[in-house]
Structures are given as C-alpha cells and as structure tokens.
Ligand binder design. Structure first.
Ligand SMILES: Cc1cc2nc3c(=O)[nH]c(=O)nc-3n(C[C@H](O)[C@H](O)[C@H](O)COP(=O)(O)OP(=O)(O)OC[C@H]3O[C@@H](n4cnc5c(N)ncnc54)[C@H](O)[C@@H]3O)c2cc1C
Length: 484
C-alpha cells in the first residue's frame, strides 16, 4: 500500500488527485492538503472581476467531493519538508498546520511514500510597497475574493461616472518581475467592454502598464503568429487591439510603490515616474512560498529542494541568456535529490527567463518572468500522477514526459460577456518555450499552431472551457475524457 500526499488543490493538485484516485486501487491512500475549502477555476475570475459571474459559479467545496471519491482531505498549510524523516520517524513527512475549525493552529506530521508539491505561487503583494488588494484603490483578480472586491470597486466607479465623473483606469503588472500578463490583458479588454456597455467609455482613460519591453510579450518574448493569411508579431496584434479600443500603454515599467491612487514606477531608461488612477488592477510578483526543508539530523537542506520554487529535473546551471536552450526545461518534475517528490504546475522553479532579461540604467531588472499557464499545469500534474502510478505498479523509470518546450498554451482573452455580445482575442502558442533548432525561421515557434484570432468564436470557446473544466473538476461521469 502506498500513500500519496498532494500539497495544494489548485489546477495541478486537483488534477493529480483525480487521476491518482481513478487509477489506483482503494488500498492506496490519496491525501490532499490545502488551506482553501473550495476549488476555484481561476481563469473565470476575470468575469467575476467585471460582475458578470458570481464567485459561486466558479468554485465548489472540496470536502464533499473528496469524501465521495475516497480522497482524504486536510484543510491545512504545509509548513516544512522532512524528506528523510527524523531520528524518531524514519519515514519522510511534511509538517502541516490546520487553518480552520477546532483544529485551527494544530501542527501535524504527515508521512508519505510519494509527495506532490502543487502549491503554485505565493501571490507576493508584499514585494511592492503599498500593493495590497483593496487598499490604495488597487485591486487584484488572482483569487475569487480579490476579483469580487475588484468588481465592487469598479462598479462603484462606473456609478460615479454615470453622474459625470471622469476616471483613469490602470491595469497591468504591479512589479518589475511580474508574470501573468495574459490575465491582465484579458481583464483590461473586459473592463473596457464593460465601460462601453454602461455608456461611460468616453469618460474613462484606460491605460495598460507592464514590465514588458514590447506589447504582446506575455513573458514569452512575444511570438510570431499566423493571423488569417498573414504573419504578424504578437506586438503588432496587441497594438492593433489596443488602438482599436482606445487603450493607451506604458511599457518597460517596473512598478515599485503604490500610494492612494498613484502608481510609482521605474523605466528602463532609469527614470522614476508615476501615474495616477481611480481604479487599478495590478498583478503582483509570483514567488515561492519560502518553505524550509530539513534532513534526518534536522540540518537545513532547503537548497536541495528549493530555489524559490521547487527544484526539479531542469538544467539550472547559470548561463548567459543567449546560451539557454529548450532542453534546459524539465520533463518529469521530479526533485533530483528526493526521487519521491514532484512539483507540477507553477510550483517548480523555471530554469530561466523566456523574455530577454532587461535591466534599467539604475540596475533594476525589469522584464516578465516566464508565464505559468493552466493547461501545462494540468498536463504536468497528470504526467506526474501517471509516473507515480507506474512506479507503484513496479515499472522502472519515468516514462511520462512533457516539457514546456513541446507543449502549447492558449491565451483566450474574452472581451465582454454574453453569447452575442462577447468577443475574444485568442493567441495560441506552440511551443511555450521557443525551440530555435526546430523552428529557426519563425522565432522558435511553429506557425499555424501559433496563431491569433479576433472574434466571437474565441469568447464562445472560453465560455465552453469554463463549463467543461468545472464539469471535469467536479469529477462528473467520464470527466477523464476531457483533456487537461
Ligand atoms: C486571473 C487569472 C486568469 C488566468 N487565466 C488563465 C487562462 O485563461 N488560461 C490559462 O491557461 N491559465 C490562466 N491562468 C493561470 C492559471 O490559473 C495557473 O496556471 C494555474 O492556476 C496554476 O495551477 P497550480 O495548481 O500550479 O497553482 P494554483 O492554481 O495557484 O494552486 C495552488 C494551490 O496550492 C494551495 N497552497 C498554497 N500554499 C499552500 C501551502 N502552504 N500548503 C498547501 N497548499 C497550499 C493553494 O491554496 C492552491 O489550492 C490565470 C491566472 C489568473 C490569476
């Protein structure tokens, strides 16, 4: 009998738990440890943030589902890792802290045979002074409660605009090293559309602010894409979309301080500037959770497990940006020191930036971190689950592999809500990490599989994905037929 402990019940943790439970017999235990009582389909937070969906449409409680499916669940936070056990407990374990109910604050050691760290990122608002969702007129859509809060503030502003107020709306990245530009891009398009719907668009200045050197970088160094019969750069496509909608932009901006209605930022030219606003949605930096690890003698071995995020089978050798290659990216998400520990989804440490690192004249690094999207989070979680299942069944070696260098990502930015009123701007990229050997003439990406589209179809697709993934996450009949 094996015990598999999964830390986190986001996209990757939940996918791993579902596949493990479906494929392993009942004698094996699958245990999920996560602080939130709910599963949330994060991509639909965008619609919560414009008041077009309620959070209960994008979440459901985990405990009843896990009980029904025979998955154990502890509503708790992992605090420390003990991959060798200790003098008393010879078995590997993690220390967890309960976050709710009568057990709140209680610490417990949870032993495991296999550990899946699917704790995603820490939303590091604290890395930008004054950036704290709901204060200083700055909001976030990274969680459903943040997104609800953002909508209430935006709605309030829209009502004031209806009384004649002129307003400035600032959306983008809230730190010099933020990632997730795709989510901010989607939100700005939705907000702009919502202002039109309420007939207040003329009273608003809508501004994109980002650490990107060029529009459409998305932490992937931009892409060359097919657009109908044409080939264009993502920068050109995003510029076209923004021009069309009257959205202004500020690029190469490392936001470093937020005051009430003022975003301070440094530019790549080394200038210190600021932008005022009445409503802002700024994506924070994503960092590791700062977990510590200890060996059997209680010596600190954090550097064997973590480099911010968790170390896996990537090539982390320090090299100049130009020398990195797609082969540096991990394929099995297995920790090199402890072979029974895996980190799919956002939890693994990327080996390098995809966007060219850029430093301001003052030495501040201002460029996007690699994108950490949902589809690869699900795919990497499933392959980790499949490798664990094979190992339990006596198979030697890890046969399920997948790198961000041979996986695609789709940024489907719905703009507006409704079957006929919505629209979508879709940018599909393959592969996520450019492969300059395979695709030397098209900036490392396969044209045709890397394409852009504007129109209602993108919106429908996003809406269809919402319902399909909620269905899948609820483990309804034949859920496994829906791909990650
Ligand atoms: C607003 C928004 C829109 C997005 N839209 C898209 C999109 O359209 N398409 C797309 O592909 N991707 C999108 N993404 C990205 C996508 O949501 C992420 O790639 C995905 O959620 C990553 O999954 P994950 O499981 O690795 O991490 P997460 O989903 O962040 O899950 C991490 C889990 O770990 C838990 N956890 C945290 N700390 C601990 C701890 N100490 N102990 C135990 N558990 C812990 C958390 O509570 C959570 O359950 C979007 C992201 C945002 C913020």
């Amino acid at each position: 009998m094996s015990k598999i402990v999964i830390l986190g019940a986001g996209i990757s943790g939940h996918v791993a738990a579902a596949h493990l439970r479906r494929k392993l017999s009942k004698e094996h235990e699958v245990l999920v440890v996560s602080p939130n009582s709910n599963y949330q389909w994060i991509p639909s937070n965008i619609w919560v943030g414009i008041g077009r969906m309620k959070s209960d449409q994008i979440l459901f409680p985990l405990a009843p589902l896990y009980k029904k499916k025979n998955i154990s669940f502890k509503q708790a936070l992992v605090t420390t890792f003990h991959p060798e056990g200790d003098a008393e407990t010879k078995s590997a374990y993690v220390k967890i802290k309960y976050v709710t109910g009568e057990e709140k604050g209680k610490i417990e050691n949870i032993t495991y045979d296999y550990l899946i760290n699917a704790t995603g990122p820490k939303l590091a608002f604290d890395m930008t002074e004054g950036l704290n969702p709901g204060t200083n007129k700055a909001y976030s859509v990274c969680t459903y409660s943040h997104a609800e809060h953002a909508w209430h503030a935006l709605d309030d502003l829209i009502q004031q605009m209806k009384q004649g107020k002129k307003a400035k709306i600032l959306i983008g990245t809230g730190h010099a090293k933020s990632t997730c530009q795709g989510a901010a891009f989607e939100y700005i398009l939705n907000v702009e559309q919502e202002l039109r719907r309420h007939n207040v668009r003329d009273q608003a200045e809508v501004i994109w602010i980002a650490n990107e050197f060029q529009l459409g970088d998305f932490g992937m160094d931009g892409v060359l894409l097919s657009y109908g019969d044409n080939i264009m750069k993502s920068s050109e496509m995003v510029e076209m979309v923004f021009e069309d909608r009257g959205i202004k932009w500020i690029l190469g901006a490392g936001v470093n301080k937020i005051e009430d209605g003022i975003a301070h930022y440094e530019t790549l030219d080394g200038e210190y500037k600021s932008e005022t606003y009445d409503f802002a949605m700024l994506i924070p930096a994503f960092s590791g959770h700062g977990f510590k690890a200890f060996d059997k003698n209680n010596e600190d071995i954090t550097e064997k497990l973590f480099k911010g995020f968790m170390l896996v089978d990537a090539d982390y050798t320090a090299k100049p940006y130009e020398e990195w290659s797609v082969q540096d990216w991990p394929e099995t998400y297995q920790n090199p020191s402890y072979k029974n520990i895996f980190a799919p989804g956002i939890a693994f440490a990327p080996p390098h930036a995809i966007s060219k690192p850029r430093v301001s004249k003052n030495g501040t690094s201002i460029s996007p971190a690699p994108p950490r999207t949902g589809m690869p989070s699900g795919i990497t979680a499933k392959l980790v689950a499949d490798n664990i299942i094979d190992t339990i069944n006596g198979k030697k070696g890890l046969h399920h592999k997948g790198s961000l260098g041979n996986m695609g990502a789709a940024c489907i930015a719905s703009a507006g809500y409704g079957m006929t009123k919505g629209s979508g701007v879709s940018i599909t990229t393959y592969p996520i990490v450019p492969d300059y050997n395979k695709y030397p003439d098209t900036q490392g990406r396969k044209l045709g599989k890397t394409f852009g589209e504007i129109g209602l179809a993108g919106h429908w697709l996003k809406l269809a994905l919402h319902y399909a993934f909620i269905y899948k996450a609820k483990m309804k009949p034949f859920w496994w037929l829906i791909p990650e």
